[in-house]
Write a protein that binds this ligand. Structure first.
Ligand SMILES: [Zn+2]
Length: 293
């Protein structure tokens, strides 16, 4: 089992690697999570990860923390976005204006932000190393939750900053209408799980406190998605059905689930099953099994 040692809504930093700081800010995210973690990483030169709240007072609180760090000789040199979702980017314009530093993100994230009038200064890709931790921060491209999603590996502290790949509070939604892809998401989860297992990594999610051992949380996520996929397939085997028909069957373990959120999650599973040849959209909005699962 994985364990969490800090409160989700309290700042967190471990004495053995003080350059990695988690500052939860109240944000418009998916309940029951109520915060997005702003990560402040580095010694001397600092990188901010995921400025996720448009709330003025919350951003002022973050700036006050950065002022204290400035008194100790640390300066912010960049802002990185794990992906384009609003609860990870909505503080960008305010913090960028105040700090006047370059913004780092994957090219797909940059494409999403461009129509909103936000530009990205440095495009990130798999294998890039950013100079903000004793051995640098390695960029891992982990598509699935969002096509441009990136994680950061800090080998010196055996830490993985995982954005929305998993959370220690709340759930992660795969939103097909916004570039989410369940098949890629599970591939990316498996990749992170192998890495977390081999290197005994602690996970630092965008929502909730840090988690160790990280591999256990990722294994639980993979297992949970496999369980849900099996339920979707079993529900489908009863015959052609609409998304909302499938909800009570595929979520028979969660009778109180929000039907519309559940339907969106089921759709992500159905697209994966379709791409793998197990299901088909027989008519618009109606799904059928295609071959034995
Ligand atoms: Zn997200």
């Amino acid at each position: 089992m994985h364990t969490v040692i800090a409160r989700a809504d309290q700042p967190e930093s471990l004495p053995q690697h003080p350059w990695l700081r988690r500052l939860p800010l109240s944000s418009p995210t998916l309940p029951p999570a109520q915060h997005t973690n702003l990560y402040v990483i580095g010694h001397g030169e600092l990188l901010l990860v995921d400025p996720g709240t448009p709330d003025e007072a919350e951003n002022q609180r973050a700036l006050a923390v950065l002022d204290e760090l400035a008194d100790e000789g640390h300066r912010v040199r960049g802002i990185l976005l794990s992906h384009h979702h609003f609860d990870h980017t909505s503080g960008l314009s305010l913090l960028r204006r105040r700090l006047d530093v370059p913004v780092y993100a994957h090219a797909v994230t940059a494409q999403h932000l461009h129509p909103l009038g936000q530009s990205v200064d440095r495009l990130l890709d798999e294998g890039d190393v950013l100079p903000f931790a004793p051995q640098g921060l390695r960029v891992l491209h982990t598509p699935g939750h969002a096509a441009g999603h990136v994680c950061l590996l800090d080998r010196a502290s055996r830490s993985l900053i995982i954005g929305d790949m998993a959370a220690s509070i709340g759930t992660i939604l795969i939103e097909t209408t916004d570039g989410g892809d369940m098949r890629l998401y599970i591939q990316s989860l498996r990749r992170l799980q192998t890495l977390a297992h081999e290197d005994e990594l602690r996970l630092w999610p965008a929502h909730g406190a840090s988690v160790a051992p990280g591999a256990a949380l990722l294994a639980a996520y993979i297992q949970h998605r496999a369980m849900r996929e099996e339920k979707v397939m079993a529900a489908l085997s009863r015959g052609t059905a609409s998304l909302l028909d499938l909800v009570p069957l595929a979520y028979d373990d969660k009778p109180d689930v929000d039907r519309f959120l559940a339907a969106r999650a089921i759709l992500a599973h159905l697209y994966k099953l379709r791409d793998e040849g197990y299901a088909e959209e027989a008519a618009p909005g109606l799904w059928s099994p295609r071959r034995a699962y």
